[in-house]
Design a protein around this ligand. Structure first.
Ligand code: ADP
Ligand code: MG
Length: 345
């Protein structure tokens, strides 16, 4: 929090004053939003579309650390993690609601910073903020967002549709958000010992952004439409490639071979991993928070994606009995294990 700007206590403004402050500039964008903030409930009309809905809950000290996560980035990221779940259904997010619990340390200006990030994400992704709830907390900040999205009937993609011989694909690159977090935690430890030390983060802007201000793969859902591809299964990578592959395989009742040498990683991710003596493969498999999409497609769709730089084929689906394996660069098959739950270690 920037100590230099004027800090107004929330009690000065009151709960209603605060809500007015953070919602007054909202301009509704979507035809499915009939009534947004300002009544006892929002009114939505999705006509003949199907509605997808998902929530996420973030707690200070567990999911984020305000020592290094600026409030504006936190607000942005809190929206992104929800949008990512909607894209992972092959749907388009349209509305969010935001529930916050605030302890006494937060000023009106701090909440405005948080909402600046929330509004920015809404703007960028074409989503309407249509409501929420505001309450006090004894222990820091909790933020819960619910997102609603729409999808044509039968167009939603579940975790359960992968079939043997399907190709396993991923968007973007992996492990960056985790290495960004390692860097932030290292520099935060240095700062705690000596506040005069300048953080050593030059040259690592990409992985820091992956951690602090991630994006959701809106572009991929439109690409599927253009390419006329319906993935057979899909999931977003919030907990790490390993655990997401296991979710897909368990839900689809299939096995899979994942090839180590195919896993896409950025140079900065590898450099930071080397600097910290971490195997970059571990960052990609178990790191999480990449918010890329992991999906399977039929072999018939291979031609449509083979030259697209946004997609990497990292493996293929097998029978359940073959197991869920990482095929190492050396050619050995190692069963994948889920880690998950690794936020805020
Ligand atoms: P109620 O007493 O019915 O819960 P509130 O006074 O809490 O109503 O909310 C008034 C309006 O402001 C509602 O439309 C609600 O959805 C919206 N709202 C409340 N808190 C937030 C928030 N943190 N973010 C966005 N909208 C909010
Ligand atoms: Mg309320």
């Amino acid at each position: 929090m920037n100590k230099e700007i004027q800090q107004t206590s929330i009690s000065e403004l009151g709960e209603f004053g605060l809500i007015e402050r953070i919602t007054k500039d909202i301009q509704l964008k979507n035809s499915s939003t009939v009534k947004g903030v300002g009544d006892d409930a929002a009114i939505l009309d999705f006509k003949d579309k199907q509605v997808v809905m998902s929530s996420d809950l973030l707690t200070e000290g567990v999911h984020f650390n305000l020592m290094y996560a600026p409030l504006k980035h936190l607000g942005y990221k809190a929206v992104i993690v929800n949008l990512s779940d909607v894209y992972a259904m092959n749907a388009i997010p349209k509305q969010i609601t935001v529930n916050i619990a605030l302890s006494g340390k937060f000023s009106v200006e701090a909440v405005e910073e948080l909402y600046a990030g929330i509004h920015l994400a809404c703007e960028k992704y074409g989503v309407d903020l249509v409501g929420g709830d505001t309450t006090s907390s004894l222990t820091g900040l909790t933020i819960s967002i619910t997102v609603l999205g729409e999808v044509e009937k039968d167009a939603a993609v579940l975790r359960s549709g992968a079939k043997p011989n399907d190709l396993l694909c991923v968007t973007g690159d992996l492990g960056g958000a985790y290495m960004g977090l390692q860097l932030l935690e290292r520099e935060n430890e240095v700062y705690k010992v000596n506040a005069k030390m300048q953080p050593q983060m030059e040259g690592y802007d990409y992985i820091l952004e992956r951690q602090l201000k991630p994006e959701a793969r809106q572009d991929i859902v439109s690409a599927f439409q253009k390419l006329e591809i319906k993935p057979t299964s899909m999931i977003d990578i919030s907990d790490g490639l390993s655990s997401e592959i296991i979710h897909l395989c368990k839900n689809s009742k299939v096995g899979c071979n994942l090839y180590e040498e195919k896993i896409p990683m950025d140079e900065q991710t590898k450099e930071m991993a080397e600097e910290m003596n971490i195997n970059p493969l571990v960052a990609a498999l178990n790191g999480g928070e990449d918010y890329e999409l992991l999906f399977t497609i039929s072999q018939n769709d291979y031609e449509k994606i083979k030259t697209d730089p946004d997609f990497t084929i990292i493996g293929h689906i097998t029978e359940t009995a073959d197991g869920i394996n990482l095929i190492t660069t050396g050619g050995s098959a190692i069963p994948l294990v889920a880690q998950g739950w690794n936020h805020g270690k």
